[in-house]
Design a protein around this ligand. Structure first.
Ligand SMILES: Cc1cc2nc3c(=O)[nH]c(=O)nc-3n(C[C@H](O)[C@H](O)[C@H](O)COP(=O)(O)O)c2cc1C
Length: 453
């Protein structure tokens, strides 16, 4: 089983960890350096951060390869995204229950009452228009009072003061529903914010897991070993025994504030956040504070994509059942297509007459994985069999050469779930003979330059 600090050691062993010993400012300087490290495929450890006694680590789970490395998967660094998606879906289907223990490194140090001071945490401010410093790697754990199952997810946390912060749960998150029910019933919502969780829990928290299954148990299945937990200090929540930090928060639903932060798609996003009071902070000896670069950072994007893993296989299955002439489907959510901006490429059997609007409108009417397609996809592109949909250049070629008249472009702004955002259909299939054919050298495969030298 791999803890957060074991992951750092493993990345260090592969010579992919930068250590920064100079003191850095958590406001802008830390984020600017973290972004550069990620761009150079390096993780980074800030050993000294102004006004904080704690070390910061970032740029760790930036790719399927790092997921493989942290899960001790036989494919290690070569784990593909498709194989990682299968692992996550498999873990959701066969969870391993978490176990409770009475001793935990995450409680080496226990701070309560006046000992709590969140201002000593090395929380970065990333971008110019950000509302303030944000914890971006906090896995929020809470109990769903409807079924007593423990829920976990990533929720950005705005720091407000010594013992005050705000947790942003979007309306599509499980946490939002749990808090709405608690608010109605006049109940406090207890949330434990886990910083430096096991990599398996980071992946499980990023996934969309059915309400009757706990992400803690999905994490156990991912790491092939039950997740060790311990009861929290200020509530009956179970929290990971091996975490670096646990920040226990009580939300009484009295105050909700708006906040802005750099999002997945490299643009600002504004969310509402519930203000909570910090009841306890526990941490390891010499704890390491995990920070995920905000905006279109590699770790943010790699973990953020996990929630969308189920969409492509589901869409493929549903489309081929409705339209046997569909040959292949690809869903893209990589930057800059994150959030509500994804693309779907569909290869249709050559020469099969099928009205573009018929299939495109069908795609936008489907729900695949946890979301309606009209929520996460902005462009649906129809292509011929001679286009390799795994090759973006070929897809863009087909759009530029074959989708040349206004009737090849369909615009919609009325699909349920699209939030009024425009949705596009592009018919990039060849319509008019030679002009749109790909250049072909007959017999090219039989001529080899080596044979002529
Ligand atoms: C790094 C990162 C940051 C995220 N930030 C937020 C956030 O601020 N609010 C939110 O609702 N979802 C956020 N998400 C997405 C949720 O964590 C994800 O949808 C998760 O499945 C929600 O779990 P839940 O539905 O069980 O509450 C983030 C995901 C990642 C990977």
């Amino acid at each position: 089983m791999c803890t957060f600090r074991k992951l750092i050691r493993s990345v260090d062993k592969s010579s992919e960890l930068l250590r920064i010993t100079q003191t850095v400012d958590a406001c802008y300087e830390l984020g600017a350096l973290l972004k550069q490290a990620e761009a150079g495929h390096k993780a980074i450890l800030f050993e000294s951060v102004q006004n904080s006694p704690f070390t910061v680590a970032g740029g760790l789970l930036t790719s399927p390869g790092r997921f493989g490395q942290s899960l001790n998967h036989p494919a290690g660094n070569n784990l593909s995204q498709a194989e990682h998606a299968r692992l996550v879906q498999g873990a959701i289907q066969s969870p391993i229950p978490a176990t409770e223990q009475s001793f935990a490194p995450s409680k080496d140090i226990v701070l309560t009452g006046d000992e709590i001071d969140c201002r000593t945490l090395p929380v970065p401010t990333f971008f110019k228009e950000d509302t303030g410093p944000f914890m971006t790697a906090a896995v929020g754990i809470c109990r769903n009072s409807a079924n007593e199952i423990i829920n976990a997810g990533f929720y950005r946390v705005l720091m407000l003061g010594r013992n005050s912060l705000a947790v942003s749960a979007s309306p599509s998150s499980g946490l939002y529903g749990i808090m709405q029910k608690d608010k109605k019933a006049g109940r406090i919502t207890h949330i434990a914010l886990i910083i430096g969780a096991e990599p398996a829990l980071l992946m499980a928290a990023a996934a969309k897991v059915p309400e009757n299954i706990s992400e803690l148990d999905v994490a156990g299945a991912l790491q092939n070993e039950s997740l060790a937990t311990i009861t929290a200090e200020s509530s009956d929540l179970f929290v990971p025994a091996n975490a670096e930090f646990v920040i226990e928060v009580a939300i009484n639903h009295a105050q909700v504030i708006e906040n802005t932060m750099g999002e997945f798609g490299d643009c600002y996003g504004t969310q509402l956040a519930s203000v909570g009071e910090v009841k306890a902070i526990t941490h390891r000896e010499k704890p390491i504070f995990h920070t995920i670069m905000a905006g279109a950072g590699k770790e943010h994007n790699a973990l953020g994509l996990i929630v969308l893993y189920g969409i492509e296989p589901d869409l493929n299955k549903q489309l081929q059942a409705a339209f046997p002439q569909v040959k292949a489907v690809r869903v893209l959510h990589d930057p800059p297509r994150m959030g509500t901006q994804g693309d779907v490429y569909i290869v249709m059997q050559n020469g099969h007459a099928c009205a573009a609007n018929q299939i495109i409108e069908h795609v936008y009417s489907l729900t695949c994985g946890p979301y309606p397609i009209s929520r996460t996809i902005r462009r649906v592109v129809l292509l011929d069999e001679d286009i390799d949909i795994t090759n973006n250049r070929e897809v863009n070629w087909a759009i530029s050469i074959r989708a040349t008249s206004a009737s090849d472009y369909l615009l919609y702004d009325n699909f349920q779930g699209s939030g009024g955002l425009v949705r596009i259909g592009i018919d990039a299939r060849a319509h008019d003979g030679n002009k749109t054919q790909r250049l072909l050298i007959p017999g090219a495969r039989d001529f080899h330059l080596d044979d002529y030298q």
